[in-house]
Design a protein around this ligand. Structure first.
Ligand SMILES: [Zn+2]
Length: 144
């Protein structure tokens, strides 16, 4: 029996979605639903592997983004290469930018932020507008 090639693995561990045109990875996935596959002992993102098989090597530092906004999709026609800035812009456009507790480095829980906001609104209502003016790092927009 011969060892399956990478294209065989992509075919074996995927299924087409006739409604959307996506080809959905059915193998192991990462936390956010992106497919992962073992190639030569390395864990690689299946959508990146599918992109490279179709279009060639991914230029250094570029991300592979989904036009279909389906992390498990490996259809090369639904994938495109983009910079980190384009990736962030794409996430924002699709409403997937991390918010609140999901933001990396966030140490306050949503309940704590709400409590702080209530305190600021009720006890120190005159301070809040000043904080917004003086410190752009205070983020309360996600609480609305
Ligand atoms: Zn797709």
């Amino acid at each position: 029996m011969t060892k399956p090639c990478i294209q065989d693995l992509l075919t074996m561990y995927s299924t087409p979605d006739v409604t959307t045109g996506c080809i959905l990875w059915t193998g192991r996935t990462r936390k956010k639903g992106y497919g992962v596959m073992q190639v030569a002992g390395k864990a690689l993102s299946s959508h990146r592997v599918a992109y490279e098989l179709e279009y060639g090597p991914i230029p250094e530092g570029l991300h592979i983004l989904h036009k279909c906004d389906t992390p498990a999709c490996i259809n090369p026609l639904h994938l495109f290469a983009g910079t980190n800035a384009e990736n962030i812009k794409d996430k924002q456009a699709k409403g997937r930018q991390p918010k609140g507790e999901e933001v990396g480095g966030s140490f306050l829980k949503e309940d704590q932020i709400r409590e702080i906001k209530i305190l600021l609104d009720t006890i120190w209502p005159h301070i809040l507008p000043e904080l917004h003016k003086e410190n752009g790092k205070i983020r309360t927009t996600w609480l609305t």
